[in-house]
Design a binder for this molecule. Sequence first.
Ligand code: ATP
Ligand code: MG
Ligand code: MG
Length: 461
Amino acid sequence: MELDKMDENDWKYHGEGNKSLVVSHVQHSQVLRLLKYPTEDAEHAHQTSEQAFKHIQNIVEFSKNVMKPLLGETCVHHGEAVKLPLDFLRQLSLKVQQERPESRCDKVMDTFSGCALCLPNLTQLSACRLSDRGPQLCIEIKPKCGFLPSSQLIMKEVKRRVCRFCMHQHFKIANGKWKRMSRYCPLDLFSGNKQRMYLAIKHLLEEPQNNLKIFKNGELIYGCEEVASCQQDLDALACHLGPYFPPQDTDAPVNELIQAIVGALLDSPGCDHAGDHWRAPPVDGCTYCEGSPLPCELLQNGNHSLPKDCILHKILQAQMLDNLDIEGVYPLYKRVERYLEEFPKERGKLQIDGPYNEKFLEKLKNCPAEDDGSIEYPVGKVHQYRVSMTAKDCSILIALSPCGEDELLEPNLDLQAPKPRFTYSVSILDLDPKPYESISHQYKLDSKIVNYYLWNTQANQ
Ligand code: ATP
Ligand code: MG
Ligand code: MG
């Protein structure tokens, strides 16, 4: 990327989340991820360019030094912080504005700091493969938390039976965030049971909310975030999928797609043993959620029996670093707060706000198993909780490309079943560190969601 020759016409709107807006290059397989801030939040506009650059570098370092060792070399792309001309950013912001969904326009793109994160475009297989292949299909799944907590410190018993995602649905519908309830349950996706996983993905397709998107050649073709969104059109999706499946299979292209996704999710991404040398403390909660619409007989199949090398297993392990639940972590957070009030200079040494380097990872791993009264225990637990929050919020990208029967494949990229053969690559994105302060917000949100769920389900009985 030649920084002095940046032209907004080379970039187009790609998508956005709550914290960042992403543009993709029209030719190269590259994206720029730009931070956003609330329209009324003038404070951020005063953030210096240096502070903004540091913030983005922190994101890079967290992905690289903390999440990558946990999730795997091959599937995490940390990217690099870049400085861009302000004029380019202002023009780009004007250009993309009309393409942004209205529900996201409460925030504006950062055009002041001149900083961004540059990443490979993961909706495409790596650029070299791209050129000699047919159409590219990419499925993005934001799986959310895949286990039920079993911490002794939980007071709200319902949390042991109904998962956070399913409870949160009730709250989101009540607040007008979504119009229709999703039937997706993360525990079904993380079950390792093919039938449950199949249905979990089917439910995502029926009501994608912000948990599923499909891109064709890098363009979003399915999954729309607008609150007032029309019913997602599965027939139109089936038409899009036509070219990917041999003619004899055309009656069920959506089913074929789901099977390809299940296959890619369960397949091991090569001999990558990330995170193997240390385990998250075991969480032995129930393996199905009472909020799932699946029949009982099916729910009891599969109990975290995911293959050890697969991407879902790695994500689940990182999520399970939260073994005390927010109800157990919040008092430890308060303990850290009190300690920092007394010894403010310790904040840096304890790496409360980074740097996210090897030492940080060590603190995470070496956290005492039991509360030994030291400051290392609550700090370690808070760090672990924050890492688990990142793993509960990340997205999985599965890029699929059909390959001819005669093509020689690298063995670990060959997806044998189902019939249409794909080369694929799986990656994980959105691995930002969650701020230390957000623990307090999480605590309040947790109790709001649980209380609303109890009130709503009891009121409707
Ligand atoms: P969230 O609200 O989920 O926390 P966020 O604001 O942190 O989101 P991202 O999830 O990183 O932002 O990016 C927003 C969207 O942009 C993603 O859902 C994905 O569709 C797209 N995107 C992000 N990074 C890439 C990438 N490297 N390649 C392709 N698409 C990407
Ligand atoms: Mg995201
Ligand atoms: Mg994010």
